[in-house]
Design a protein around this ligand. Structure first.
Ligand code: ADP
Length: 287
């Protein structure tokens, strides 16, 4: 009885679990024993220098490459037993380069492709397409060719095409690369919106500034191994770790390190601009 219970036991709170995952494109291993769990509904950043293995990790997660050793459990299911198409129903990915994803004649067709492909009944598709177009503010381009849009707009089409799939886990590979601050703010709002719908968000990035402002949990990858995982506040304020892993320090953390020389009470946990402003406002009101 107890054995049966253990055999069928699934931790319902876990969206993604990697257990000792190894992968190499040739004889050299790129991922070396990666293990972590990501809770359902959380926002997690995977950070690390170029070549650390972040994109390879995402490719393993969506099943386009398979680990040479170890297990990937998605929503309680061992992904070894699932096809790429089956994994795609649960995990959506927005690639670094939107052009890898886009192929339809119009933006609407692009957005309808995914749900149609996984067998969503035709009568539900227009509504899904419409709400994704609205969420990404691209309704006016619905009948345009995605290839005639700007890069930022194409990126939004790529994100919208993932939203129509209604995946429970959404991964973004370097989403802020080449984006201006307005686009970053819009993207941050989108992340909050997806989070409030209970989606699990995984953002691969080396934009530590964006991560410090928007993603509460972080995993640090360096040369194919996990160097740290935990609250972003703790990770990004560990300057030794950040240096060792070839990552810069976000400006707010840099500021805090210097400012603490004048004000010993300045909290170590402050890493967001908003928190710095709140601290100074609070200090001013105390006077
Ligand atoms: P990151 O996303 O952190 O920059 P990648 O996962 O892209 O890292 O790359 C990790 C390592 O794997 C690098 O050394 C890279 O050169 C190598 N690599 C990535 N893709 C391939 C591939 N298709 N074939 C062979 N080696 C690859």
């Amino acid at each position: 009885m107890i054995g049966g219970f253990l055999l069928s036991y699934k931790d319902e709170s876990v969206a993604v679990e990697l257990d000792d995952v190894w992968f190499g494109y040739d004889s050299e291993p790129v991922l070396q024993g990666i293990s972590f769990k990501i809770k359902k509904g959380s926002k997690v950043a995977i950070i690390g220098e170029n070549g650390a293995g972040k994109t390879t990790l995402l490719r393993c997660l969506i099943g386009i490459i398979r680990p040479t050793k170890g297990n990937i459990i998605i929503n309680g299911e061992d992904s070894k037993k699932s096809s790429v198409a089956e994994i795609a129903r649960k995990v959506g990915i927005v690639f670094q380069n939107p052009d890898y994803q886009l192929f339809s004649k119009t933006v609407s067709e692009e957005l309808a492709f995914g749900p149609r492909n996984i067998g969503v009944p035709e009568e539900f598709i227009p509504e899904k397409v419409h709400s994704a177009l609205e969420a990404l503010n691209i309704l006016k381009y619905a009948e345009n060719s995605p290839f005639l849009l700007s890069e930022g707009e194409r990126r939004r089409v790529a994100i919208a095409s993932i939203l129509t799939m209604n995946s429970i886990i959404i991964c973004f590979d370097e989403p802020t690369l080449g984006q201006d601050s307005y686009a970053k703010t819009r993207f941050s709002e989108l992340l909050s919106n997806l989070s409030s719908q209970g989606k699990t968000i995984i953002v691969v990035s080396h934009d530590v500034d964006f991560v410090s402002e928007n993603i509460p949990w972080a995993i640090v990858l360096s040369r194919g191994q996990i160097k740290a995982k935990g609250p972003t506040k703790e990770i990004l304020t560990d300057t030794k770790l950040m240096d060792e892993c070839g990552l810069g320090t976000p400006p707010t953390v840099e500021f805090a390190l210097h400012y603490r020389k004048f004000d010993k009470n300045f909290p170590k946990t402050i890493i967001r601009e908003k928190e710095v402003l709140e601290y100074f406002l609070h200090q001013k009101n105390q006077k």
